[in-house]
Design a protein. Structure first.
Length: 182
């Protein structure tokens, strides 16, 4: 075993050598992809299905995170035609009402559509519900271990992680002032 890597929101990691990738998921989704012939695998962790432009925050969005994960696995020696998937997360962990309460379902719908369009079969999943999940993915074997976290402790951990990685709103940064003379 080469080691362990922990990823957070916007994280993507693939490895050509046996590695354990860990993450904690609430409403976010983590997709594990594995090429069983090359024994190469990887995982991502994204927050929303679509959005974001180029830059470091782009990987917080599923469409960018999935493309990056597939590219990283291919760079590590995997073949996209042999990829299989395992999907985790998409839970209603935080007490959110209104439009944001649909985020977990939208994340899961996105993953289903993306993987189907790419022809990547889903071998297993543990999604939805109200439990956070701590996932350990073994890149060499493609095995995933999931521990469901329940109650206020799990909610506190997910809320802390969410606050720690969310960037300031774009409106709080002034790029230029049209009245200012240079």
């Amino acid at each position: 075993m080469s080691g362990e890597i922990r990823i957070y929101i916007g994280g993507v990691h693939a490895s050509p050598s046996p590695t354990v990738i860990k993450t904690l998921l609430g409403s976010c989704v983590g997709v594990c992809l594995h090429d069983p012939i090359a024994r190469v695998g990887g995982m991502n962790h994204f927050m929303l299905p679509h959005g974001g432009g180029p830059g470091e925050d782009a990987l917080r969005f599923g469409v960018h995170a999935m493309d990056c994960l597939i590219g990283a696995i291919m760079k590590a020696g995997g073949d996209r035609r042999r990829l299989v998937a395992k999907v985790f997360g998409g839970a209603h962990v935080l007490a959110i009402k209104g439009p944001l309460s649909a985020v977990p379902r939208k994340n899961l719908d996105f993953v289903d559509e993306f993987l189907a369009a790419e022809g990547i079969p889903v071998l297993s999943s543990d999604v939805g519900g109200h439990c956070a999940r701590h996932v350990h993915f073994h890149t060499g074997t493609g095995r995933a271990f999931v521990k469901r976290l329940q109650g206020t402790r799990a909610r506190a951990v997910v809320e802390k992680q969410s606050r720690a990685v969310v960037p300031p709103p774009y409106g709080s940064v002034t790029l230029f002032d049209e009245n200012e003379r240079v």
